[in-house]
Design a protein around this ligand. Structure first.
Ligand code: PLP
Length: 397
């Protein structure tokens, strides 16, 4: 997945355009910038590629989620449904606004289980946020139906699946909002960065102003702009946008490489009868950023994970024992360890975590291994890797 693996002349050229003018900021300084507007160009490229009306670049994927929630008017005490398997950014972004993350079980798509979502809805629920983990997607039709029936906002986090599609549409273009990360380890990187995608002009205007101190961006005198509402600074720099611009133009190339590498590994592992693969919802096409599979149980999976490591196979993750991506290791959230006092609404809102039963998620993550698909492997390397993986896993079965 990481786009940084193929960082090269195209990225350097875009960055050099910015370095030559010295205008490192995305707004203003019109006369000095030699006609270069990398952030604006990248927004246009994201709109074209991901088929949305509006793309707002921001400083990170985490910021993108917070901005999407804020743009929809979600804040203090509101509940946002999110999966137990995701990156910590998901609950961080919700809690930054004083809202309450409500974690619910996943199914064998490794994303939100629509039945579990239905059960978690309360009068305080405002949004459902599926996270398209490891290159594949949630059942978006089912989640959309739930949102429509309950008047909820649908926010897709496609940070790990940019380039995947559902029923012919790019992920991130289907919900009320799409959020993506352009951080250093994502398929398209800007070094750091993120984007809020939406087809709703009001939400787009909110995201535009909110991510730049509430500036209305009218006219070309920044100092004279008005502030219709409060905002913060979540701007992307022109240097980062330049890297992202070179990379978005390579998205199809990157997905094609991933698909080729993924297919070699999958065909090899499919010969092991004990292995099954994650379910991809009907109509879904993966971005092939990861190959995710299941072994029979926790013990076998721990052994397989160790055997892969011992045989030099890197970047295969057993998230059950991992710090970052699964509820089991999020003790700092369960204990609400914050540097500052949080509101009573959040304290009360998170009490459910003391007794929540995530045994269904546990059972799936316990037996899952997800292997990162790299862009830089040669065909020889992938074939060798496939052989080694099969041998390592067979050795412990
Ligand atoms: C990387 C990631 C994010 C956060 O993005 P940053 O740009 O690192 O803040 C959010 N969600 C998911 C699923 C991610 O993988």
């Amino acid at each position: 997945m990481p786009g940084f693996e193929l960082f090269g002349d195209k990225e350097r050229k875009e960055v050099n355009d910015v370095l030559e003018s010295g205008v490192l900021m995305r707004y203003g300084f019109d006369a000095m910038r030699n006609g270069h507007w990398k952030a604006k160009e990248l927004e246009q490229a994201l709109q074209d590629k991901l088929q949305v009306q509006h793309a707002q670049l921001v400083s990170s994927g985490t910021a993108a989620v917070s901005i999407a929630l804020a743009a929809a008017g979600i804040g203090a005490g509101d509940e946002v449904i999110m999966p137990t398997f995701t990156f910590v950014a998901s609950f961080e972004a919700i809690m930054m606004l004083g809202a309450v993350p409500v974690l619910v079980d996943i199914d064998d798509t490794l994303t939100l289980n629509p039945e579990a979502v239905k059960k978690a809805i309360t009068p305080n629920t405002k949004a459902i946020m599926p996270v398209h983990m490891c290159g594949s997607m949630a059942n978006l039709d089912a989640l959309k139906d739930i949102c429509n029936a309950n008047d909820l906002i649908l926010i897709e986090d496609s940070s790990q699946a940019t380039g995947a599609t559902y029923k012919g549409k790019p992920l991130g273009s289907i919900g009320d909002f799409g959020c993506l990360s352009l951080d250093f380890v994502k398929i398209i990187t800007a070094g750091e960065g993120g984007a809020v995608l939406t087809n709703n002009p009001k939400y787009a205007m909110h995201a535009d102003h909110y991510s730049d101190h509430g500036h209305d961006h009218k006219g070309n005198d920044r100092g004279a702009e008005t502030h219709p509402f409060l905002g913060y600074n979540f701007r992307i720099s022109e240097l980062h946008a330049a890297v992202g611009l070179a990379q978005i133009n390579r998205l199809d190339e990157f997905v094609a490489i991933q698909k080729k590498n993924y297919t070699i590994l999958r065909d090899a592992l499919a010969q092991i009868p004990e292995i099954t693969f994650r379910t991809v919802p009907d109509g879904g096409v993966e971005s092939y950023s990861f190959l995710s599979f299941f072994l029979p149980d926790l013990e076998t999976t721990r052994k397989a994970s160790a055997a892969l490591k011992e045989n030099g196979i890197d970047a295969c993750f057993h998230y059950y024992d991992n710090q970052w991506h699964y509820i089991r290791k999020w003790q700092h959230l369960k204990d609400l360890k914050t540097l500052y006092p949080v509101s009573q609404e959040v304290k009360n809102g998170l009490k459910y975590l003391e007794t929540a039963d995530y045994s269904k998620s546990d059972a799936l993550i316990a037996k899952n291994i997800s292997c990162l698909i790299k862009l830089s492997w040669t065909e020889e390397e992938v074939k060798m890797r496939a052989e080694k993986m099969v041998a390592a896993i067979k050795s412990i079965l």
